[in-house]
Design a binder for this molecule. Structure first.
Ligand code: PAF
Length: 276
């Protein structure tokens, strides 16, 4: 049975009654659940006796009002998907339950959160880290699951749990892609069917371009507005805009990923060919 908790006190009573020997896995989400989220949920269900999924559209992490307003949230659909998987609990509080202080207190990371996504979305990571800290303190999971699609977020959350000695293991899970190689994201729903196919050129170019400059040039040529392409720690990161939809992705530059590279090229070119 899946129980929906909208109130912190209600959750606390449930959590306090859980035996210490029962492991709790948590999957924090903004809602608008797709296969990417569900892969994290499945992993948590496999590795823990109890799984809680949080659905909370965290206003303070959206630096852009229209991105917040257009976020494709659908609570009833999300609950149905989670029930079908056999999730034990859904935590979905109202905004003032999590922010009784009106966001006066917040977590700020002062270095890595200022680059890439942080440069283009000022204040974004303050909002992410603050809500994740609140959720981890309230839910008290043994493991928390995050996707590599938001790699910078994943690293910042991991390092925050270390910096604050939080007793939780952050589990990183691989990016889930569609048949053309496009990373799944709730925002993909705002693309037209033509845009959806075209968007697959983004990971293809990200993974195949010889260097950052060529990646930028090829993406522009393919019709994307490029926010940034950067390389660090053996990965290439990027953010682009297509049809007013912002897409982010990152890929490993390891030789071992060459197979993925050639697979991606083939599928996305075939799909584009079908559009012509
Ligand atoms: O990745 C997300 O969906 C959000 O940033 C998160 C981690 C749920 C925090 O609101």
């Amino acid at each position: 049975m899946t129980t929906v908790f909208k109130d912190v006190g209600h959750w606390n009573r449930f959590r306090n009654e859980m035996p210490n020997t029962t492991s709790l896995g948590c999957v924090p989400t903004l809602g608008g659940l797709h296969e990417g989220h569900l892969s994290l949920v499945r992993r948590s269900l496999e590795e823990n006796e109890t799984t809680v999924v949080s659905i909370f559209l965290n206003r303070v992490q959206f630096n852009n009002a229209s991105d917040y307003e257009n976020y494709p949230a659908n609570f009833e659909e999300d609950v149905a998907k989670l029930k079908a998987l056999g999730v034990d609990a859904i935590f979905s509080p109202a905004h003032d339950q999590l922010y009784p202080d009106f966001y006066r207190y917040r977590i700020i990371e002062d270095e890595e959160s200022r680059s890439m996504e942080g440069t283009h979305r000022p204040g974004h990571f303050d909002g992410v880290l603050t809500v994740v800290m609140k959720l981890l303190n309230i839910l008290r999971p043994n493991r928390a699951y995050f996707g590599e699609k938001d790699y910078q977020q994943l690293q910042l959350v991991k390092k925050m749990t270390e910096a604050f000695f939080l007793p939780v293991k952050v589990v990183s899970c691989p990016t889930i892609r569609d048949a053309n190689g496009l990373a799944l994201s709730s925002r993909n729903r705002r693309l037209t069917s033509r845009g959806l196919v075209k968007a697959a050129r983004f990971p293809e170019i990200l993974v195949n371009a010889e260097n950052v400059e060529l990646a930028v040039a090829e993406l522009k040529e393919a019709g994307f507005e490029v926010e940034y392409i950067e390389e660090r720690g053996g990965r290439r990161f990027g953010a682009v805009v297509l049809e007013n939809v912002r897409l982010i992705d990152n890929v490993s530059l390891n030789v071992a990923d060459a197979q993925l590279r050639s697979g991606m090229s083939r599928t996305s070119r075939q799909a584009e060919g079908q559009l012509k």
